[in-house]
Ligand binder design. Structure first.
Ligand code: BG6
Length: 510
């Protein structure tokens, strides 16, 4: 059973971060560890060992200080706070591809091994190096004992079902499934975790959470940023692999899953897996009816001209990588039969906003006069993931006065108003759970495998038939027209996200 994280942090832990000088450590892991430290959520005895080919304590401190100043939710570090955190940083220089060098790491870790509660090996490195590291760790026995050693990996976990299976096999040749923590940072977001609380800690939603009352579900993860400095990775990935295969499908599973029997890692993950297993296979010869891709052309975002994808640094001219993907899924089970789930995501869209829109069915009979305005906007529940964090119920109400007019109104819950405090960052939540040995918010291999296998027909069809119309949406819009047609064919439309805001403005309470 999953308990609250408080009180579960082990007394002792060793945290070995491979790739400590890299981008992930700089942007996300370092700032998250720093905040956990300031909030008193790290183990009392915590050995934080940054591993990289070329590394020194000074270089690591300098790089992480920069990362904290730029990316920490607390803003720039106060000198005293930084100094207390910087004192934790140790380093170990080694070439990860040299098996002989793992002995040195073991000796280093053995010094405090008898006290080491959890021993975390975080692979913040490209997946091509995973096998070298796990083989190296196993060659000196660092994959044991099972209850202590944990290995953490992040996407990209392959670029296809086959590639994922290869990576996973090599991880599992040394580590048990219970020792492997696969990160999907969306699962650490408070608003995403709250989906289960909303659905299963209240009696009012579950009775209407089904095909009788719900017309369709739309999940939007829109970003106004472009590909940034990640061309090398993104060119090969594209929006479907980068976002849909993991974040959007995981969110969909939380919306569509059956109630768990217990708030327990395996029970919840089993129920999520059932959703993926129930998704109707996309026919390889009819992918067009279920999936749409797009690539941004130059355009305007917040009054600034921005280049098209192919004019971004290090992107090949004429690249066929999609920066937008929309997909329609049907879940073949009693609860969801014939209720489409529309998922869309893209870069350089009109706003940065992630939300789930649950559109309820129309009333069965309209007793009001035709001119009252009923159904000018359908009733829906909007779960705002970011930057606004909250839930909005949109429904019809009588406008004061006469003649009788009906008008859509909003009933709002906002985290900021309700809790008056900033949510912890997703990485903070996940790192705390990792140290506590709680895998509920991490992806199990069978889930990742099911997600890949669901998307393979689309990936294969897209690879075999390059898009002829790229670029097909101007930066600063809501994506290609074909995405509108995807839902229009079903007599529906994407609804503009509830409160689009520019990327820079945050709805967070900080
Ligand atoms: C990452 C993707 O997993 O998630 C990025 O690789 C994307 O392309 C990012 O920008 C979005 O995450 P967040 O938390 O900023 O919404």
């Amino acid at each position: 059973m999953r308990e609250s994280s408080a009180g579960r942090t082990p007394q002792h832990a060793q945290f070995v971060l491979f790739g400590a000088m890299g981008d992930l450590a700089w942007r996300l892991i370092g700032p998250a560890l720093y905040n956990l430290h300031l909030d008193g959520h790290l183990p009392q005895e915590f050995a934080l060992i940054g591993v990289d080919r070329e590394i020194s304590v000074d270089a690591l401190r300098q790089r992480w200080r920069d990362g904290v100043d730029r990316f920490s939710r607390r803003g720039r570090a106060e000198q005293a706070d930084w100094d207390s955190f910087a004192g934790l940083l140790q380093v170990h220089a080694m070439d990860l591809t040299q098996p002989a060098q793992y002995e040195g790491l073991k000796v280093r870790l053995d010094v405090a091994a008898e006290k080491a509660g959890a021993q975390v090996f975080y692979l913040a490195i490209p997946p091509r190096l995973f096998a070298a590291v796990t083989d190296g760790l196993a060659s000196v026995g660092l994959q044991r004992p099972r209850g202590r050693a944990r290995v953490v990996v992040e996407k990209p976990l392959g670029d296809s079902l086959q590639a994922f299976c290869r990576i996973d096999q090599s991880l599992r040749s040394h580590f048990e499934e219970s020792q492997i923590y696969r990160m999907d940072h969306f699962l650490g977001k408070e608003t995403v975790q709250n989906i289960l609380a909303m659905r299963f800690a209240n009696p009012i939603f579950e009775p209407i959470w089904n095909r009788r009352y719900i017309d369709h579900v739309a999940i939007t993860v829109a970003e106004s940023i472009g590909v940034g400095h990640r061309a090398g990775y993104y060119e090969h990935a594209g929006a479907l692999r980068d976002m849909v295969q993991n974040h959007l499908l995981q969110v969909m599973c939380l919306v569509a899953m059956e109630p768990p029997v217990a708030y327990d890692a395996d029970d919840i993950r089993n129920k999520k897996l059932d959703v993926l297993r129930a998704c109707r296979r996309i026919p390889a010869d009819d992918v067009r009816r279920f999936a749409v891709r797009g690539q941004y052309a130059g355009g305007w975002i917040e009054g600034e001209a921005v280049p098209g994808y192919c004019d971004e640094p290090d992107i090949a001219a004429g690249s066929n990588t999609e920066t937008y993907a929309a997909i329609k899924l049907l879940v073949d089970n009693w609860r969801w039969q014939d209720v489409p789930f529309y998922l869309r995501t893209g870069k350089r869209l009109a706003a940065t906003v992630s939300e789930i829109s649950i559109r309820f069915r129309d009333i069965p009979h309209n007793a009001f006069p035709a001119d009252t305005g009923l159904n000018s906007q359908p009733v829906r529940l909007v779960i705002q993931i970011q930057p606004q964090e909250g839930i909005i119920l949109k429904f019809m109400a009588k406008q004061p006065g006469s003649p009788l007019r009906l008008r859509p109104v909003d009933m709002r819950f906002s985290y900021c108003d309700a809790f008056k405090t900033a949510s912890p960052g997703a990485y903070e939540t996940l790192l705390r759970d990792l140290l506590a040995g709680d895998a509920t918010l991490f992806m199990r291999a069978d889930q990742v495998e099911a997600a890949w296998s669901l998307l393979m027909p689309v990936l294969e069809a897209w690879a075999a038939n390059p898009a002829l119309d790229f670029p097909n949406y101007p930066a600063g819009t809501w994506g290609p027209e074909a995405a509108e047609r995807l839902v229009a064919r079903d007599g529906r439309a994407w609804l503009t996200p509830s409160a689009p805001r520019a990327a820079a403005s945050s709805g967070r309470c900080d």
